[in-house]
Design a protein around this ligand. Structure first.
Ligand code: GCO
Length: 474
């Protein structure tokens, strides 16, 4: 493995934008058609265990850090938790029927570690293994190619009690979990995502404090991030050993970054933020080690890196998962945080109900940058979707026109960037059903299917009906 050069800041994610982005909303005139994508393009929806399963302590599931965080007053809006969620643990046949009827050919789910292990070095919980085995059979019976995410944030609390991801021993525990799951499901699941959004696991959970476990220490966040990336690197060969012809990758939440103005200060701020938000993950994953400019900035907060760690993290993968929602605008903010940057809220642009900018061109921009900077091979949009305040009308319908337009415009942007040569091979809409939106609780809805949490009734929204027509080419 070659040494890790301190690669200069060369990549084109430094897209310097001060002018307001003008986008040709071609989809407003002509929505995309499935026939404009490759015939073998993957079309899915994505979910995650804690957000939809419920059955909080059923069949041997133990406490996760999200159960503990949600039970802490003030952490989750409305004091909500994933204890019941969408009751997917019992209603998965109905949910998979909906996925099949939409015309999906893939489904991205995550595996709840707390359903599998209840102590360090313990034996895996057979009821937990059996549940996911039934789930996978249910997908296959309906023509849904299973994409399994091993870690989507629901760390067992007993591991957090021993230091969680800040503790290097959790890497080994993750490998035990990976081994158990790939041995049980590897005969039927070929596609494995080791981690969903290491940024959220590390920074939102350990620096911003807005996600479980709720810490606010930058150095801890960077050490968590290193151990998460290391666990990814060590898990890949293990998955390949257990799964014939495995396809392995991980999913990153990424944003195209724009300078708030054309001033050199804002430009420099964007570069600093870029060094942590984008390159801190992609550089080590693609063999360049952590960016030196960022290491210099974080100083003593830098993580402890053992010999061989960076080589492990740089293991070759089969795909890169990209979770895209919106761009970020960065402003110079002397003395604010370790990087002296501020992420500005969107201004004078279309936003979703969560205040996220609607910028389909940002998806194309981001993918082109990643391809230009890293040539990661096949990419998949493992999450893209939008939050709007849905209303069930008197006829029991949800006319979520804005979500439909968001979907159409992002698929049109995806079509155009693929036509431009970027090797994207699949798209997973976030999400199949409304679900537990972390610290936002249940008030923020992303589903193509509406969930009435009092009755658990599922209702296909207008956006889901459009996606169905698109997939069925009706
Ligand atoms: C994420 C997570 C999902 C979120 C979705 C909407 O990207 O944050 O993977 O679990 O629910 O993105 O925020």
């Amino acid at each position: 493995m070659e040494s890790f050069p301190n690669n200069p800041i060369t990549h084109s994610n430094n897209v310097h934008r001060t002018e307001t982005m003008t986008t040709t909303n071609s989809t407003d005139q002509q929505p995309p058609a499935r026939s404009e994508f490759a015939s073998d393009f993957l079309w899915g929806c994505a979910t995650s265990s804690y957000q939809i399963e419920g059955a909080g302590f059923e069949d041997g599931r133990v406490e996760s850090i999200w159960d503990r965080f949600a039970a802490t007053p003030g952490k989750v809006k409305g004091g909500a938790s994933g204890a019941v969620a969408c009751d997917h643990y019992h209603r998965w046949p109905e949910d998979f029927d909906i996925g099949r009827d939409l015309g999906l050919n893939a489904y991205r789910f995550s595996i709840a570690w707390p359903r599998i292990f209840s102590e360090v070095g313990g034996k895996p919980n057979q009821k937990g293994l059996d549940f996911y085995s039934r789930l996978v059979d249910g997908m296959l019976e309906r023509g849904l190619q299973p994409w399994a995410t091993l870690y989507h944030w629901d760390l067992p609390q007993f591991l957090q009690d021993r230091g969680g991801w800040a503790e290097r021993g959790t890497v080994d525990a993750f490998l035990e979990f990976t081994d158990a799951m790939t041995r049980r499901l590897g005969d039927r699941v070929q596609h494995w995502i080791t981690h969903n959004e290491p940024w959220c696991t590390s920074m939102i959970g350990n620096w911003e404090g807005l996600h479980a476990p709720g810490f606010t220490d930058f150095a801890t966040a960077l050490q968590v991030c290193h151990h998460v990336l290391l666990s990814h690197g060590k898990a890949v060969p293990l998955i390949r050993a257990n799964v014939p012809d495995a396809k392995v990758g991980l999913s990153l939440s990424l944003h195209p970054l724009r300078a708030a103005s054309s001033s050199p200060e804002d430009e420099a701020a964007r570069l600093r933020h870029d060094g942590l938000r984008y390159r801190w993950f992609l550089d080590p994953l693609y063999g360049r080690g952590y960016p030196q400019a960022t290491l210099d900035l974080v100083k003593d907060a830098a993580p402890a890196i053992h010999p061989g760690d960076l080589e492990a993290i740089a293991v070759k993968t089969d795909f890169l998962g990209v979770n895209y929602y919106f761009p970020e605008t960065i402003q110079d903010a002397p003395g604010e945080g370790p990087l002296s940057v501020r992420v500005l809220p969107p201004q004078d642009v279309e936003t979703t109900a969560l205040g996220w900018e609607v910028a389909p061109e940002g998806l194309a921009e981001l993918l082109a940058c990643i391809e230009n900077d890293y040539h990661p091979g096949p990419m998949y949009i493992t999450e893209n979707g939008s939050c709007y305040d849905d209303v069930v009308n008197a006829d029991g319908e949800v006319c979520d026109v804005e979500r439909r337009r968001y979907l159409q415009r992002h698929l049109a942007a995806l079509r155009d960037v693929i036509d431009g040569g970027v090797p994207v091979k699949g798209y997973f809409a976030w999400s199949l059903v409304d679900n537990f939106e972390w610290a936002e609780g249940y008030g923020r809805r992303f589903g193509l299917v509406h969930i009435d949490y009092d009755t658990q009734q599922r209702t296909l929204k207008e956006s889901g009906k459009w996606y169905r027509g698109f997939l069925r080419q009706e």
